[in-house]
Design a protein around this ligand. Structure first.
Ligand SMILES: Nc1nc2c(ncn2[C@@H]2O[C@H](COP(=O)(O)OP(=O)(O)O)[C@@H](O)[C@H]2O)c(=O)[nH]1
Ligand SMILES: [Mg+2]
Length: 305
């Protein structure tokens, strides 16, 4: 299955909600009026797209309508699609590759958001699609199960893993992983971390320490700090990311569990709300259930029947 089909399938719940909502408020052949636009606004808000962007898009539609450039309800979705796609700059989507290898990607987020699974997907994608040599670092030393989980994925995908015993210093694991990567000519190191909340002071300091150690070993690293967000919580994920962003400089988002979510519309507004782009989305529990974020594909998969 290609990325688009996978995306479309993964977005089923969200799409059903949006498409049904749009169908109800935008019946074909109806003349646009103020009520139609109000209903459309409510539908978009209900789809978790985010208040600011919804308001802005509605203003654009309203202005087109007032100028007589769009008149009937069926003209709205194509206009909306075009406006949405324009909002996501191309440069957003690239991983921030290091000038000299390895590139280090630090993965963070709250407990259960999907970090370890998303790392498996990323390792799979970078290995098989981008032909990179990947190494994973098991810096979630908090629970034995966490190291085991990553080990199983690494074996399945066929990438090396650097790990220590449970309870050991995650920064030391990160240090060893960087050293191993340099010695083995690895292209990308992906660092798993324990789930944490901003209120857990010691864990936030631990994350900073991991970053410092990585930077010391590989100056400028980590090149990418990916925050994994659970798409099933919709707009709450945005709030979570805002809080996280006060403690860690996040460079990209990995939106996991889109397949289980009817709130996938959150992707639409999240870039504007956070100033951080979505780089990948997770669409299931297997390593191949990943799609790089492609706005045109996303918008099409989301809005088209
Ligand atoms: N349906 C679905 N489940 C996912 C996805 N990503 C992660 N999960 C599940 O979410 C749960 C928590 O994932 P895990 O990677 O262990 O989260 P972590 O605690 O952040 O490392 C697991 O049951 C995963 O299988 C996804 O994209 N889709
Ligand atoms: Mg984990």
């Amino acid at each position: 299955m290609g990325f688009f089909d996978r995306l479309k399938q993964g977005l089923t719940k969200t799409r059903d909600k949006i498409v049904q909502g749009f169908r109800a408020v935008l019946p074909i052949g109806k003349a646009i009026d103020a009520q139609v636009l109000d209903d459309l606004e409510q539908t978009m808000l209900a789809a978790d797209m985010g208040p600011a962007i919804v308001h802005e898009l509605l203003e654009q539609i309203r202005s087109q309508w007032k100028k007589g450039l769009i008149k009937e309800t069926q003209e709205i979705v194509p206009f909306l699609q075009q406006k949405l796609i324009e909002r996501f700059p191309v440069e957003d989507r690239q991983i921030r590759w290091a000038a000299t290898k390895p590139t280090v990607i630090l993965v963070t987020g709250v407990n259960g958001s999907g970090k370890t699974t998303s790392i498996a997907k990323l390792a799979h994608h970078l290995t098989h699609v981008e032909q990179k040599k990947v190494l994973v670092a098991a810096c979630d030393t908090f629970r034995a199960a966490a190291v085991e989980q990553l080990t199983i994925w690494a074996d399945r995908i066929g990438v090396p893993i650097v790990k220590h015993d449970q309870g050991s210093d995650p920064a030391a694991v990160a240090f060893d992983a960087c050293e191993a990567a340099l010695a083995r000519g690895i292209d990308v190191v992906i660092v798993d971390t324990a789930g944490r909340l901003h209120t857990q002071d010691h864990l936030m300091r631990e994350l900073a320490k991991i970053q410092r150690v990585i930077d010391k070993k590989i100056p400028g690293a980590p090149h990418e700090v990916l925050l994994v967000l659970d798409a099933t919580i919709g707009q709450n994920a945005v709030n979570q990311a805002k809080i996280f962003g006060q403690f860690v400089k996040v460079s990209g988002l990995f939106l996991a569990k889109l397949d289980g979510s009817a709130k996938g519309g959150v992707v639409i507004g999240i870039r504007d709300q956070l100033g951080v782009p979505v780089k990948f989305v997770g669409l299931g529990e297997t390593p191949d259930a990943i799609a790089p974020f492609d706005p045109a594909q996303f918008v099409t998969a989301l809005l088209e029947n």
